[in-house]
Ligand binder design. Sequence first.
Ligand SMILES: [Fe+2]
Ligand SMILES: [Fe+2]
Length: 188
Amino acid sequence: MTPDNLQKKSLEILAKYDVKAEPLYIDAIQKISEEISRLDEGLITHILNVAKLAAHYAAENGTSIQKAIMAGLSHDMFRTSSKDKIFQYAKTADFQLTELFLRNPMLAHGPAAAGWLRLNIPHLDTHVFEAVRDHTFPDESSNIMTKILASADALEPSRAIDSRDKIRQAAMPFEERYIAVLKIKRGH
Ligand SMILES: [Fe+2]
Ligand SMILES: [Fe+2]
């Protein structure tokens, strides 16, 4: 998908919420769109779905919809990148590459994306940085943006997993949905 198309789709998500896009947000979306346009279509579909669902959860929680979309768009930008690239950017996020990450570099794609955001987006919000960094391994004490991103990531519809679709579709408070997401991620 072209960067222009990605940017257009991202702004369309925001337009549904009657929120005016701030110049800083537009600039960030433009840079992120350029970076993720090289990804394959399947991953881009996932990313756009995550941004859409994250916007929905942000509205539900009264937190910034623009920041949730930014987090959703950027969270997997290095999901399929080389070990060298992942480690290079993860280090710029001051991320400690423990044994687990050295054995499986892909697991550090969140810290890598957070490092990229810190380098490329001026005035980056701390919660967006942490959300992107921690989206693969969130916990009970994570900030609300991390909870939003991790939930949207686990529950977005293109995954087409019946048990997850049920959690997304069920009526429940957000915190309860997040606890269900943590259970999925921890494999029970
Ligand atoms: Fe991810
Ligand atoms: Fe993801």
